[in-house]
Design a protein. Structure first.
Length: 732
């Protein structure tokens, strides 16, 4: 099950060694200098799965829902649960003994690098580079066992699953070999493309001082040469602006620091070293028969190949490689801290300021043409912030996932989402809004006259001064609670809806959110983190996870304010148009044309057909629906489907909230709900987050929740098992 890769070893099977291992075996056969290298065959992976009954459990995870229908949050959850299977798994005795024997023979007292080597990675038509995990500075057999399991688990991380889906590969047939290498004491490291992906007559060489990891993960800027392939002449050199290097900290991983002294004043490669790297690249290309992407290092003057693979972008022709988007969802701790500073220090204040500026514009004084231009402008502003949301806010959500991985690595809990209990209890904008609504409800309970005035449904009827002050605070802070992105309920109707919801709040004492996390678990985690001597402190990663958890909710509140101002402009435009039927529900492009006097086509009848199809689907009888348990507890009662934001106004205290996809701008009814059921899945989506804050049972990821459940139906929500039971004894 283990091979030592050297010139005499003839094993180079991709199915056994994986793409990386097979390439290293060929390099060793060809006489190229590589580090001392062991390869744990893919059959060892199979034996580990069999010994732990893990293959069936993985199949169960992937069968929860059609993969094509799963959002990225749901794929995150599945991969994290699968990862926990590996972390808590046990090596078969024979395999453990064999690994121990080889390591003690070849790596005793040495630091090791542990790298993934899946059979389908590093092929000529695909490249999984960066999608699976690698670990550096691993010392001793016990650490090695842990990190082999982590490498195996990375076969199932969300990036790899998404990429396999994109390429049409069957994830269930995937296997993983593992490469174990001596950690070379690197003076200078880098990568070389023997052929420039865009300029066939050139090659690209990038280099940094120290180890290669900082360059590979994008945190260290390299020196970059463009070299003529024919004569080796340098066509251009781009030197790093602030030279940094990754160095080894004797058992504590890599540490990144600035390059100082004479090294900082010159490129990281001499002319002779540059020529040696260029010649190596051409030799590799000739040996493998295609352009190569090679990682290399200089150690004590010797040039060593760390790995080599085909330049994928040349092999796939015009096929687009989408890995960059998957990478954007995974950030290092340092990158996430910078992202947090950018979001909290720049983006959220700018978004709030822009929403306020839009709110102060007097739309009613504009001409039709001016209003058309304003709607168009607001559409562009809204899209700008939506783009920033996907480019920055969504990747920052990885902060809580990163915390979860660190927590699970250190604690190895039976429940892979135990870490969420350490994140709950944050002061989020949605819970602050709900608290303000509860305060308004308390005033209603204290004053029967106020309750009577509210029943009339008009603000003009209210005389209670404190109530009006708090109501104004609610409006200033959160706007119209019943608006969607491009549709706005009439102001008076909106007041009636709000007063109806406040009436329901008055019937039920406000549930307190969990203001403190499980303190004993926090203490245990911080102590384990201290002993592990991570690159960051336990408190730092916990604070990052909590900030990510909070902003996962808050950012939508900020974005909602921008969306509401677009809705306000659309609403003003619709008031001016004669035939309301022409515009359906909030179609700003059609409204802009109408304001400009352009011809408008009739509204498509597709919506009606869709509704008819939905009605037919609801006739299907179902007894039990299975999703993902997202918040613990069991609740039973009548449910209410939310098809439109205005439906929230009729939500009754004690009902079960059933919704396609809840967002923080809708969660003001959560304290009234007995439970939450959501079509969209994920432990870290908004409905699940708010449910845990209030201790409400929640099941997510039920594909047909909105078609097989009907409003008024009595259902039972089991947040422990992720099961929703429809009806019951004595129910229709």
């Amino acid at each position: 099950m283990i091979s030592l890769l050297n010139k005499a070893n003839s094993v180079d099977s991709v199915s056994l060694l994986g793409g990386k291992g097979a390439a290293l075996a060929r390099l060793a056969h060809g006489g190229f200098s590589i580090p001392a290298t062991l390869c744990l065959h893919s059959t060892a992976y199979d034996d580990f799965l069999a010994a732990n009954g893990a293959r069936e459990k993985i199949q169960l995870e992937l069968a929860r829902k059609d993969f094509k229908e799963m959002r990225w949050e749901e794929i995150w959850d599945a991969s994290l649960r699968i990862r926990n299977l590996f972390l808590n798994g046990r090596f078969p005795d024979q395999l453990a003994s064999q690994i121990r024997e080889y390591v003690e023979r070849h790596f005793v007292g040495k630091a090791m690098a542990v790298r993934s080597s899946a059979p389908d990675e590093d092929a000529g038509h695909t490249s999984f580079a960066g999608l699976h995990e690698s670990y550096l500075d691993i010392r001793g057999v016990e650490q090695l066992f842990d990190h082999i399991k982590k490498v195996w688990a990375s076969l199932w991380n969300d990036r790899a699953l998404l990429y396999r889906q994109e390429l049409g590969l069957d994830a269930r047939q995937s296997r993983m070999a593992v490469v174990i290498q001596d950690m070379i004491d690197s003076d200078t490291s880098g990568i070389v493309f023997s052929q420039h992906p865009d300029q066939p007559g050139q090659m690209v060489i990038e280099s940094v001082y120290g180890f290669n990891q900082g360059l590979v993960d994008g945190e260290i800027e390299p020196d970059r040469w463009i070299v003529d392939r024919k004569n080796g002449s340098v066509l251009s050199l781009s030197e790093a602006n602030q030279p940094r290097q990754a160095i080894l900290r004797d058992g504590h991983g890599l540490h990144k620091q600035e390059v100082v002294g004479s090294q900082a004043a010159k490129p990281s490669l001499s002319n002779e070293e540059l020529a040696a790297v260029g010649n190596l690249a051409l030799d590799l290309e000739k040996y493998f028969g295609c352009p190569q992407d090679c990682e290399w290092t200089f150690s004590n003057g010797k040039l060593i190949v760390l790995q080599s693979r085909p330049v994928t972008s040349l092999a796939v022709g015009d096929q687009k490689d989408e890995r960059s988007w998957y990478f954007s969802l995974h950030r290092s701790f340092g990158n996430l801290i910078k992202l947090q500073q950018e979001i909290e220090g720049t983006q959220l204040p700018a978004m709030a300021e822009e929403a306020k500026a839009l709110e102060e514009i007097k739309l009613e004084s504009m001409s039709d043409l001016e209003l058309a231009a304003e709607v168009e402008r607001r559409m562009a502003i809204n899209q700008k912030w939506v783009d920033i949301y996907w480019q920055q806010f969504i990747p920052f959500a990885h902060g809580m996932r990163l915390f979860g991985e660190v927590y699970n690595d250190l604690i190895k809990p039976d429940e892979p989402f135990e870490f969420v209990s350490l994140l709950a209890g944050n002061a989020m904008l949605s819970t602050a809004r709900n608290k303000l609504m509860a305060e308004l409800a308390a005033l209603i309970n204290e004053d029967p006259q106020l309750a009577g005035q509210l029943n009339r449904g008009y603000l003009s009827a209210i005389t209670h001064e404190e109530f009006l002050v708090k109501l104004n605070q609610l409006k200033r802070g959160f706007g119209n609670l019943f608006s969607s992105q491009t549709d706005l309920v009439d102001e008076q109707d909106s007041q009636k809806m709000l007063f109806a919801v406040l009436g329901q709040f008055a019937k039920k004492p406000m549930q307190s959110t969990r203001e403190t996390a499980a303190q004993e678990k926090v203490k245990l985690f911080l102590e384990k983190a201290r002993l592990a001597q991570l690159a960051f402190s336990g408190q730092e990663i916990l604070d990052l996870g909590r900030a990510s958890y909070r902003l996962r909710d808050d950012d939508n509140i900020y974005l909602g304010k921008i969306e509401q101002q677009l809705a306000v402009a659309v609403s003003e435009a619709k008031k001016r148009l004669d035939d309301q039927a022409l515009f359906g529900k909030a179609e700003p492009e059609r409204i802009i044309k109408a304001l400009r006097g352009e011809k408008i086509d009739a509204v498509s009848s597709g919506a009606a057909k869709s509704k008819e199809a939905t009605t037919l689907k609801t006739q299907i009888k179902a007894r039990q629906l299975t999703g993902q348990p997202a918040a613990r507890g069991i609740a039973r009662g009548p449910c209410r489907l939310i098809q439109d934001p205005s439906d929230l106004a009729s939500f009754q205290e004690g009902e079960i909230l059933v919704v396609d996809a809840i967002d923080p701008n809708m969660t003001f009814v959560a304290p009234l709900a007995a439970a939450i059921v959501e079509r969209r899945g994920g432990m870290l989506i908004h409905g699940a987050i708010i449910a845990r804050e209030y201790g409400i049972p929640c099941v997510t990821g039920i594909p047909e929740a909105m078609t097989l459940i009907t409003s008024g139906q009595v259902i039972t929500v089991d947040g422990y098992l992720g099961i929703v039971t429809l009806g019951g004894k004595g129910d229709d």
